[in-house]
Design a protein around this ligand. Structure first.
Ligand code: ZN
Length: 568
């Protein structure tokens, strides 16, 4: 067996007494390992998520973020499975400079009836040229017979030959035992033979996969424990979240002896996703005192989670444990003022530990004390009289349909304006949007609107002043908001370069007072990101374009203000 180079964990059997919680009975507490290796598979398993598609550039940037976070291993993809992954591994040596993590290539074991040396898949893995390969093998007998259509002896030989093939080429090999828990329940002998073959051939870690994601923590702990007692090789865990237990199952596996933990940042993955490393890591490090990433890097968790969400272009889930924008937000007057005095009574950990921030949520239900806390959070000095005025204004606006609780960005601007601040970046004279909807004549005559023939184009013009200069810009877009955004960027972009770093990440429309039909009021929320931070701004109007414009305007103003403060 080769020695560790990328891992942080004491490899095998490195157990120590658990740090006991006060009042716990000694005999009730299992031993826990001192450290585990975190193996991120966002770029391989995570990218199976519906709607998630990464370019090679995106993949390189996600890998950089994972390295910055400090996971032990980054699974980069499956060379040979698609040209994108081939390109990723071809470019990685020159373009990816990992300081903490080790890059891993994934692939299947050799095909049935083919010598390892002649197997195309294994050949591609050799070309990918990583120091570690992760091989997936079927460990459920039914899959061997029904899917692979070969016999169990050949399936075991495929594992042994494939692992030996890479060990002979000085590669470190991890074995992903696919469907292990289901397989172990149906035919434990075969499941164990697969692990034994890999172990004998020199695999460094045996990763037990709950591929269908339906196993519950008790079973995971029991089965991992049984495997642990029968092997000297490092055990890994790979859980899917179909039963909502992927993180709990990963912890259960560690309690039973696993010291290699696979998952994806933000829990990406097909169906219900993989184990969310953004929760697994702090649960292990902060609650169970098992080392995962370097302790001083834990505070990178929230920024990295958000940055990766941006790269994969999926809006972050505000309720995601540990890293979500709402998970340390406190609402309501009495509660929020109590939080200010004794945060530990209302928070399961200090949000700073994972780089998240406690946040005061302000709404019309808020009292003056809540608003005062928000002002302090923003570093603003508002006296009692001003606070009273802002509160009145806020209540009036909420009555009209604004909802500041979900629009932190617009709230910040409201509070800043109350201090006498006014943005000086640009001054809007007017904007105009034209949408042109053309039905081809032939279709019109037949009275049909043929979706495929219909042409809709949108053009926006903004007129504004930047300093002493008057600017008029016109741009096209795939819709009115997109066109307005493009025209605004065109007009002020040259004067405000940081605008190039701002991205609209989400746009939501809600119709209020629906009883009024098309005359109802529209509320628009826009999420914007500068790469590290995301903020939400709001617009409300009977006119959807005007509501969008308000939200867009606040988004850009706040983005420029933040860039200024960050010295960009
Ligand atoms: Zn998987």
């Amino acid at each position: 067996m080769s020695s560790s180079e990328g891992g942080v964990a004491a490899k095998r059997r490195g157990r120590r007494a658990h740090a006991h919680a006060p009042g716990a009975h000694d005999h009730a507490m299992p031993d826990l390992p001192e450290a585990v290796d975190i193996f991120d598979t966002t770029l391989r398993d995570g990218s199976q998520q519906e709607g998630l598609s990464l370019t090679v550039d995106d993949k390189l940037r996600v890998a950089e973020q994972l390295d910055h976070l400090g996971v032990a291993y980054i699974e980069g993809g499956w060379p040979g499975a698609n040209p994108k992954d081939d390109e990723f591994f071809a470019r990685a040596p020159d373009e990816l400079h990992l300081s903490t993590s080790t890059l891993v290539a994934f692939g299947s074991t050799r095909r049935a009836g083919v010598r390892a040396e002649e197997d195309e898949t294994l050949g591609k893995l050799v070309v990918a040229n990583t120091s570690v390969v992760c091989l997936v093998a079927k460990s459920w007998d039914r899959h061997v017979i029904d899917a692979l259509r070969t016999d169990l002896d050949e399936a075991v030989a495929m594992v042994r030959d494939s692992v030996a093939f890479f060990v002979a080429r000085d590669k470190r090999v991890f074995l992903d035992a696919e469907h292990f828990f289901d397989g172990y329940r149906h035919n434990p002998d075969f499941a164990r033979r697969v692990l034994a073959a890999a172990e004998e051939a020199g695999a460094e870690a045996l990763v037990l996969c709950d591929t269908n994601g339906g196993t519950l923590p008790d079973d995971v702990e029991r089965i991992v424990g049984e495997v642990y007692d029968s092997t000297d090789t490092q055990i890994g865990i790979h859980c899917h979240n179909d039963a909502g237990c992927a993180v709990a199952n990963s912890l259960a596996a560690v309690r039973a002896g696993a010291t290699h933990v696979q998952g994806c940042v933000n829990g990406y993955g097909e169906r219900a996703g993989n184990a969310d490393l953004s929760a697994t890591i702090p649960n292990l490090s902060l609650k169970l005192n098992v080392r995962t990433i370097a302790p001083e890097r834990l505070e990178r968790l929230t920024p990295v989670s958000h940055h990766i969400a941006e790269l994969v272009n999926i809006a972050p889930n505000a309720q995601q444990p540990y890293v979500g924008a709402s998970v340390f937000a406190h609402k309501g007057g009495l509660h929020a003022s109590a939080v200010a005095r004794r945060r530990d009574l209302y928070e399961h950990i200090s949000p700073d530990l994972v780089g998240n921030g406690a946040r005061v949520v302000v709404s019309e239900m808020a009292g003056r004390s809540t608003l005062a806390l928000k002002a302090v959070e923003l570093g603003l000095d508002l006296d009692g009289e001003v606070l009273g005025r802002v509160l009145d204004e806020l209540k009036q606006l909420e009555h009209e349909g604004y909802h500041f609780e979900v629009a932190d960005g617009s709230l910040e601007l409201l509070l800043r304006r109350a201090t006498g601040w006014a943005p000086q970046y640009f001054e809007v004279e007017s904007y105009r949007v034209i949408t042109d909807h053309r039905v081809p004549e032939a279709a019109g005559r037949r009275g049909e609107a043929l979706a495929g023939l219909l042409s809709v184009s949108t053009e926006a013009t903004v007129r504004l002043r930047v300093g002493h200069e008057r600017v008029v810009a016109t741009a096209e877009g795939n819709g009115p908001v997109n066109a307005l955004d493009a025209a605004l960027r065109q007009a002020i972009g040259p004067h405000h370069p940081p605008l190039a770093n701002l991205h609209l990440t989400d746009y939501r429309v809600r119709v209020l007072d629906t009883g009024r039909g098309t005359g109802a009021v529209t509320r628009v929320l826009v999420d914007t990101s500068d790469g590290d931070e995301t903020w939400t701004t709001i617009g409300v109007s009977e006119n959807i374009i005007e509501a969008s414009w308000q939200a867009l305007y606040d988004a850009v103003v706040l983005g420029l203000l933040r860039a200024e403060r960050k010295g960009r």
